[in-house]
Design a protein around this ligand. Structure first.
Ligand code: UDP
Length: 336
């Protein structure tokens, strides 16, 4: 049955891929985005785009009043670990403030299902094992802390007002839509895979490797890179898991890859050289973050479709090669 969803941050990287997945399944989607980080052209024409800001309580209530909504999916946030170490109070004020404003409006307008785009950064410097949902919460950055604060607000929204929620803690979102309809376009770009691809394509002189003295086999940080379409599928399954309860799921492939392994993967996929410069550590980076995703698998049947790093990188390469200027070079999508 077709349902109707509100997606904040639907013009951003993960949000836009979730919007596509919802539309592909026949649902109706309204995107609420201030376009400060997202792109108008990332919102498919079949979705309605409402330009607005979560900082503005009046606007938030106006949008929620346009229900009924079968669910609200909340992606809109500032989300850079390194930036959050330089601007901690902006992260600690804005992400929870906007999140709680949205949650309150959802309660007021009788929304029953809420999905939060959360993060593995809630775990901080976690050690060597894949992380289950029971792992100790100890954010290594104000960014991770800010998302955990929204998770806590949702716990009380469930307890006090029966708003059921799914907190989805993504590990490293990567890749692009297999049909080429969406991809990753941050400005400035700070994420590893797109930057390595740019170095391979000669669009930047080199890739800087942040830290070679971590306690990992090759000394570089290990992350669990998960394809954005697998994340999108998980959101849809999580919405269905909220019958009378809230859930928290870790979302990754269970496979860790070091920065050096990512660079080698891009070389293989693109068949190009990648100039590398070794640098010191970036503040806030844990040595290793790998997900144990058994819970969402057993409770919803979710499985990552992209299990090999090269397959993830291949989709990212295709989109980045085809869009040297990201979404800017595309015709602007007209909202329905
Ligand atoms: N990284 C790097 N060089 C870069 C960008 C990132 O070595 O130019 C490293 C970063 O230190 C981390 C990993 O790549 O260990 C993934 O970083 P990214 O910013 O993509 O995601 P994060 O893990 O911060 O969410």
């Amino acid at each position: 049955m077709s349902k109707r969803y509100l997606v904040t941050g639907g013009a951003g990287f993960v949000g836009s891929h979730v919007v596509l997945a919802l539309l592909d399944r026949g649902h109706e989607v309204v995107v609420f985005d201030n376009l400060s980080l997202g792109h108008r052209a990332a919102v498919p024409a079949a979705a309605l785009l409402i330009e607005g800001d979560l900082a503005d309580a009046k606007q938030v209530h106006q949008v929620l009043a346009q229900g009924p909504w079968d669910g609200v999916l909340h992606f809109a946030a500032i989300s850079l670990v390194g930036e959050s170490m330089k601007q901690p109070f902006r992260y600690l004020a804005d992400n929870p403030g906007n999140g709680i404003r949205l949650i309150e409006a959802c309660i007021q307008h009788r929304v029953k299902r809420f999905v939060l785009s959360s993060t593995a950064a809630v775990f901080g410097n976690a050690g060597g094992e894949p992380l289950t949902e029971q792992a100790v919460i100890d954010p290594g950055s104000p960014y991770g802390e800010s998302k955990h604060m929204i998770e806590r607000a949702l716990r009380w929204a469930d307890e006090c007002f029966d708003l059921r929620s799914a907190c989805l803690r993504y590990f490293n979102a990567a890749g692009a839509d297999a049909k080429g309809r969406a991809g990753e376009d941050h400005s400035p770009e700070t994420h590893l895979i797109p930057l390595v691809i740019d170095a391979a394509l000669g669009r930047r002189p080199e890739i800087a490797v942040f830290g070679t003295d971590y306690p990992t086999p090759d000394g570089t940080c290990i992350r669990d890179y998960i394809h954005v379409a697998d994340l999108a599928d998980a959101h849809i399954r999580a919405l269905g898991a909220l019958d009378g309860r809230s859930v928290t799921y870790n979302l990754g492939t269970g496979r860790g890859n070091s920065v050096m392994e990512v660079i080698r993967s891009v070389k293989r996929v693109g068949g190009r050289k990648v100039p590398v410069r070794l640098e010191g550590r970036r503040a806030g980076d844990p040595a290793m973050l790998v997900a144990a995703s058994g819970l969402i698998q057993s409770e919803t049947g979710w499985r990552p479709h992209y299990t090999a790093l090269d397959d993830i990188v291949r989709t990212a390469w295709a989109w980045r090669e085809a869009h040297p200027h990201g979404y800017n070079a595309l015709p602007v999508a007209v909202a329905a």
